[in-house]
Design a protein around this ligand. Structure first.
Ligand SMILES: Cc1cc2nc3c(=O)[nH]c(=O)nc-3n(C[C@H](O)[C@H](O)[C@H](O)COP(=O)(O)O)c2cc1C
Length: 182
């Protein structure tokens, strides 16, 4: 099934930072498992999710280049860390910090992927929203590959690559959260 066309509401759902939204996929990104939290936040039932591609929750604000990077990272055998804006069945956006890892069989072959997502902090969203918007505009102008290269060059001037920026934002928001909980 291809992604249903959903009217975007413009509303944002706040995802709790202390509960995981978990899903697993086969090698092509088709959903093989989703936990209750995934269903609660996305607004899809288990039957609507299982065997369907993860792009069922893709938000149109997300640049293509970012998903190309996600797949390149996973196919290279590395774990992916990144902030992603997803779209619920009701058309609401929800920002998560995702960690995706390979699932391996007893012979160490990659047989699928698992994603563990937490709610993104307002601070991280405030930094990333304009960056992703710019990337989206750039890729409309010059294509995803060239836009990603340009972005990587800009990040390099700040001593960052995509992963290090994502992890820096995540660690900053975790630090702030821990301070607030003290
Ligand atoms: C385990 C796993 C979890 C994923 N989670 C998401 C997600 O939360 N949101 C999303 O838009 N894409 C997610 N993706 C990427 C999708 O497979 C897909 O590449 C993306 O939605 C872009 O859709 P498109 O390739 O059809 O343009 C995930 C992929 C894998 C392997």
């Amino acid at each position: 099934m291809s992604r249903p066309s959903i009217a975007i509401s413009g509303q944002l759902i706040k995802v709790p930072t202390n509960r995981f939204i978990v899903s697993k996929s086969d090698l092509n990104g088709n959903i093989t498992y989703a936990n209750r939290m995934f269903m609660e936040i996305s607004g899809y039932s288990e039957a609507e999710l299982l065997n369907n591609p993860h792009n069922i929750i893709r938000h149109p604000d997300m640049p293509k280049a970012l998903f190309a990077h996600l797949w390149k990272t996973l196919k290279a055998g590395m774990e992916f860390f990144g902030y992603v804006k997803n779209c619920s069945a009701q058309g609401h956006g929800y920002w998560v910090f995702a960690h995706i890892v390979q699932e391996r069989d007893a012979d160490d072959n990659i047989v699928g992927y698992s994603s563990f997502r937490r709610g993104a902090s307002d601070d991280a969203i405030a930094v990333l929203e304009p960056m992703y918007q710019k990337l989206l505009q750039q890729e409309r102008a010059v294509g995803p590959d060239a836009a990603w290269k340009q972005w990587e060059q800009e990040l390099a001037t700040q001593q960052h690559d995509y992963e290090s920026l994502m992890l820096a934002l995540y660690q900053k928001s975790r630090g702030q959260q821990q301070k607030a909980n003290r």
